[in-house]
Design a protein around this ligand. Structure first.
Ligand code: ZN
Ligand code: ZN
Length: 353
């Protein structure tokens, strides 16, 4: 089934006659065509992609199964949507990410009270096709090669910023379309900040370095984290590292359709708590990845739903000791009927450079 057909068959289940999409990720997922501004609208019997003169030629060549319409000063976007959706009573749209004023204006232009359709789209996007998983995996392989290429740089004196720049450069040269997100490359005491920003701090002997980064292939993102040591480690650093690795394994073992996101998180959190570090693991175990870096479903304590077959979810527990050091290890895992399939191949044994 094409993504359009998937949306059309989900409309009835959500009590909708049509849905109109504006966000870059949803319009791309629905149409297979990347553009900004404009919209995709889907009725049970037809679909349109409305864009402006910058994209119209490429859209007509690329978008399959759509009528592609041009909007400009004479043909307003809202008027084109109103014509297409005229016979539809229940119209859904994205409430999240759309400014309230725009939501109101669209509803007014269409002459309808819009209904939130975020769950319809996030539910469909949660289940990745083989082609989507192939793109995510290709991005992951590029990131892994970039890490291998960057390891020789990780010596005392190199700055956090230089590590981020090198990873980015290698991923671009290897075919990545751009960073999945701003790389987190931090060293020493900065590693206790889960989302620290790389700066001028330099690597010193005895540091942990945490690198959290990814790239993009065909619009799909990868996400991985590795923590490595430079020179030597203390017994405590080794113990924290081994605990995070054990917690990750415990979580991954439950990444299957018989467990909820909370089950996965709690299994990892229990390992960390049993080792005495419970208060130092403050974030969720993982999030889905796709066209966006944070998608649904998550492997967090709040997700009490079973994980769907086809989801690609990160496994990224961490322990962060304020002012001292932190460790995070992150892989991407595909949920299959047979259990977890780890899409990440990079080794995880403690590496002391
Ligand atoms: Zn990450
Ligand atoms: Zn992540």
């Amino acid at each position: 089934m094409t993504h359009i057909e998937q949306i059309q068959s989900a409309l009835a289940a959500h009590g909708l006659d049509a849905v109109v999409l504006f966000s870059d990720a949803n319009t791309r997922w629905a149409s297979g065509f990347a553009f900004t501004d404009g919209a995709v609208a889907v009725r049970r019997d037809a679909a349109v992609l409305v864009t402006d003169s910058r994209y119209i030629e490429a859209a007509r060549a690329a978008a399959q199964g759509f009528d592609v319409l041009l909007y400009d000063a004479q043909h307003r976007l809202s008027a084109l949507l109103r014509d297409f959706l005229g016979g539809c009573a229940a119209i859904g749209a994205e409430a999240e990410g759309l400014p309230h004023a725009r939501w109101e204006a669209i509803g007014k232009a269409l002459g309808r009270d819009l209904r939130a359709a975020d769950a319809l789209l996030s539910g469909l996007r949660a289940v990745k096709s083989d082609a989507e998983v192939a793109a995510i995996t290709a991005a992951q392989r590029i990131a892994e090669q970039a890490l291998t290429d960057t390891l020789p740089l990780l010596r005392p004196g190199v700055s956090e910023r230089a590590i981020a720049a090198h990873l980015t450069y290698r991923m671009l040269l290897l075919g990545g379309e751009g960073n999945s997100f701003d790389p987190i490359t931090i060293t020493g005491a900065n590693t206790s900040k889960p989302h620290g920003v790389p700066g001028d701090a330099v690597v010193r002997d005895g540091d942990f370095i945490t690198m959290d980064f990814g790239t993009v292939v065909d619009g799909y993102r990868s996400d991985m984290t590795r923590t490595v040591a430079v020179g030597h480690v203390t017994d405590e650093m080794r113990c924290v590292y081994e605990t995070v690795l054990k917690a990750q394994s415990a979580g991954i073992a439950r990444m299957d359709p018989a467990h909820t996101g909370a089950d996965v998180h709690n299994a990892a959190a229990r390992v960390i708590a049993d080792a005495g570090y419970g208060q130092y693991f403050g974030h969720g175990f993982g999030h889905s990845v796709g066209l966006e870096i944070h998608e649904s479903p998550s492997a967090s304590p709040r997700n009490t739903q079973l994980l769907p077959v086809g989801a690609v979810i990160t496994a990224e527990p961490g322990i962060y000791l304020p002012g001292r050091f932190g460790v995070r290890i992150e892989d991407m895992v595909r949920i299959t009927a047979d259990g977890p399939q780890n899409l990440t191949l990079a080794p995880k044994d403690l590496l002391i450079l």
